[in-house]
Design a binder for this molecule. Structure first.
Ligand code: ADP
Length: 405
């Protein structure tokens, strides 16, 4: 009994196979270059790795080839396709329709398709993956776990933009938030680690990867998050600007730039990449060159990144009316002790104080990195979105217990 977990992009698919009984990871992999002249699939277990470079004309062909690798005796994770009892999909946008995961049927497919208006780059490839599974694994139940669902508890005061009301009514223009599955996972772990399960709690979770977002969660419910109508709003990211004056795109249009050029600037050329003058969007590079006098732009990039994050922490502590726990996760949050130090510098007044030794040793594993004296606990918690997707899939697919009469 195995669960296949899929994160489908337009030309790539990230996948994992997990045991349905305990959600233990059996293998994971990546499919790339779907629809191109040569495809690529890599799948690996703890000790073994298999690769294929067949042409993958579409998502169904890619899944077919992936299953061929998964059932290979060389990998040794499963013997045949019938062992896959359910598929869990990461779906980016659930709009206002979904505050929870859903067992996929024709109605769910129609709704996810309609929501493509809100996430034109993400929902269509997510749907392609769902349709491909129907073809390659007919009859196998599928579950959609939405990036936006955890944030649906946000109150109107946090999700309404101060724009003409009809934009919300006609086009559902409001703040939705993303990375919900990651925030949900680390929040759950933080509550357990801080012994706040089933108790009132004020928690801020910062997911810092290529995309970055921060969420305020009160007593288990999201009350605010930094990404908005799209994943462009909020923190400084690898190549995305985060918050800017909304009149800037208008100015660029007036200067003659096209919609695509402006979109590329905000989505692909800004953030750390923009601040470093195009040098790098990779935090590892920025950290390596932080002190180098020959690259002063890496210093400003890192400082702007941490300063924006610090401002959001302050704002969210105010929204929560205090703070019990702050969590760092994502590739940057889990690995970069200097980012954690700089972000929390000067926040002792609000109960946040990093212990330098704990912080230095605290990367890449669940660790408490704050001092014992301060009020708020600060944790590093490696995220595991796929675990949540597997759990949700098992939860929704499990047949209802037969009632004894
Ligand atoms: P994604 O959002 O695509 O899932 P990740 O969560 O893997 O991305 O985060 C990618 C970011 O994490 C990159 O900026 C990368 O430089 C950074 N990162 C990864 N490892 C380290 C490290 N050891 N130290 C600092 N930053 C790191």
């Amino acid at each position: 009994m195995k669960i296949l977990i899929l994160n489908c992009g337009s030309s790539s698919i990230k996948f994992q196979l997990r045991d349905a009984r305990d959600e233990k990871l059996l293998c994971k992999g990546l499919i790339e270059r779907i629809g191109e002249a040569q495809g690529a699939i890599v799948v690996s277990t703890d000790g073994k790795k298999l690769e294929s470079n067949e042409i993958l004309p579409n998502h169904a062909a890619a899944l077919d080839q992936m299953i061929h690798l998964l059932t290979s005796p060389k990998l040794g994770v499963m013997e045949n396709l019938s062992e896959i009892t359910a598929v869990g999909h990461r779906v980016v946008h659930g709009g206002e329709a979904y505050s929870d995961s859903v067992l996929i049927d024709d109605k769910a497919i129609e709704t996810i398709d309609k929501l493509s208006d809100l996430a034109p780059l993400h929902n269509p490839p997510n749907l392609k993956g769902i349709m491909a599974c129907r073809e390659v694994l007919p009859g196998v139940p599928q579950v959609a776990v939405f990036d936006t669902a955890f944030h649906q508890t946000m109150p109107p005061v946090a999700y309404m933009y101060a724009l003409p009301r009809e934009l919300y009514e006609k086009y559902k223009i409001r703040r939705y938030g993303f990375h919900g599955t990651s925030h949900r996972y680390v929040h759950r772990r933080a509550r357990a680690l801080a012994e706040l399960e089933n108790k009132p709690s004020k928690i801020i979770t910062a997911h810092l990867g290529n995309g970055c977002s921060i969420t305020a969660i009160k007593d288990g419910n999201v009350i605010d998050t930094s990404m908005g109508f799209t994943p462009l709003e909020g923190l400084v990211m690898g190549t995305r600007s985060g918050d800017v004056d909304p009149s800037l795109p208008l100015l660029l249009f007036e200067r003659g730039l096209s919609r695509k050029e402006v979109s590329d600037i905000l989505q692909k050329k800004s953030g750390l990449l923009g601040l470093t003058g195009g040098k790098s969007n990779d935090m590892r590079y920025i950290l390596e060159h932080y002190e180098a006098l020959d690259e002063p732009l890496t210093r400003i990039a890192l400082d702007v990144f941490c300063y924006r994050l610090k401002k959001y922490i302050g704002a969210y502590a105010a929204a929560l009316g205090g703070l019990d726990v702050l969590v760092f996760t994502g590739g940057i949050g889990e690995n970069a002790d200097l980012i954690r130090t700089k972000t929390c510098e000067g926040l002792k007044f609000m109960g946040i104080e990093i212990d330098p030794k704990r912080n230095k040793e605290g990367s890449r594993k669940e660790s408490l990195i704050s001092t014992n004296a301060c009020n708020a606990k600060v944790f590093v918690i490696p995220t595991d979105e796929e675990l949540v997707i597997a759990e949700e899939t098992v939860r929704l697919v499990k047949p209802a217990p037969v009632l004894k009469t």
